[in-house]
Design a binder for this molecule. Structure first.
Ligand SMILES: O=C(O)c1cc(=O)[nH]c(=O)n1[C@@H]1O[C@H](COP(=O)(O)O)[C@@H](O)[C@H]1O
Length: 266
């Protein structure tokens, strides 16, 4: 999906909501464990319940890879089930020497046709560039992450700037706002506005709303741009809003509440 198409669905739905499919077999409602493919049964119900308000789905591959081959099959069925006019993210946090990154890019853009994949930039330009060679596909590069450990490296001084600032500036020069997004944590309230001023055009994937304590208003007040320019991810706060047979209805209500908060800004 290209930028114009993404911006169009944001405007149509008045939403920047990305629903995170962090599907954990220990957390899904017990009755689904009777199904042949419990993870897919859960995801299918969540997608049906949220597709009207979601502009993106983020499949966190860890939750599927942990199940081995079965998990990869659940993931593929889930990806195929997502409507074609909704942006898809493989949250796989890949990045390696160039020829290996080429294989990762092939995995998540071709074998499994996602629109985007999350990428760790630590190994530098040749590890990220293979993800930028596919038309209408995106690398979503870790910029300033939501977790406490982001302080260990990202917030450290590096010459006259913080390491994350150097990463944002340098990685942005490897591509364009049409093929690179950055992950910026919603929990980094003090830096959101600054990051937007550094990168006025780029889209940001913003996780950390809900379970990690971030909120939609702070993100929208500080990080929106003229195109929306953010995808606000909520995983546990939507998919585990309920734990009984009405889990999908509860997810629908939670997703709609997030979308309505967003609509006030869009
Ligand atoms: O790249 C990510 O998606 C990501 C980056 C980051 O800085 N923080 C972060 O929480 N994430 C992911 O975003 C999701 C957040 O989930 P919830 O806290 O349940 O909404 C998880 O899939 C995390 O792996």
């Amino acid at each position: 999906m290209n930028r114009a198409e993404l911006v169009k669905i944001i405007r149509e739905k008045k939403s920047v909501l990305c629903v995170g499919l962090d599907t954990d077999l220990n957390k899904i409602p017990k009755h689904l464990l009777e199904e042949e493919d419990p993870a897919f049964a859960f995801n299918k119900a969540i997608i049906d319940a949220t597709r009207d308000v979601a502009v993106a789905y983020k499949i966190n591959t860890a939750f599927y890879e942990a199940q081995g081959l079965k998990g990869w099959i659940s993931m593929e069925k889930t990806l195929n089930y997502i409507p074609k006019n909704i942006f898809t993210i493989a949250d796989a946090k890949r990045g390696d020497i160039g020829n290996t990154s080429e294989q990762y890019a092939r995995t998540f853009f071709y074998t499994y046709p996602y629109d985007s994949v999350t990428v760790a930039p630590y190994m530098g330009a040749d590890s990220v560039q293979p993800f930028l060679q596919f038309e209408d596909k995106w690398a979503i590069v870790l910029g300033l992450t939501s977790n406490a450990g982001s302080a260990d490296f990202q917030l450290q001084d590096c010459s006259n700037e913080k390491l994350y600032e150097k990463v944002l500036r340098t990685v942005a020069s490897w591509g364009t706002p049409e093929n690179i997004m950055f992950v910026i944590g919603a929990t980094r309230k003090e830096q959101l506005q600054h990051v937007r001023s550094l990168l006025p055009e780029h889209f940001f994937l913003i996780p950390g709303v809900g379970a990690q304590g971030g909120d939609v208003a702070t993100v929208c007040d500080n990080a929106l741009n003229k195109d929306g320019g953010v995808l606000i991810n909520v995983s546990r706060g939507i998919i585990y809003a309920g734990s009984g047979t009405d889990f999908a209805e509860k997810a629908a209500v939670a997703a709609k509440e997030y979308q309505q908060q967003m609509a006030a800004y869009l």
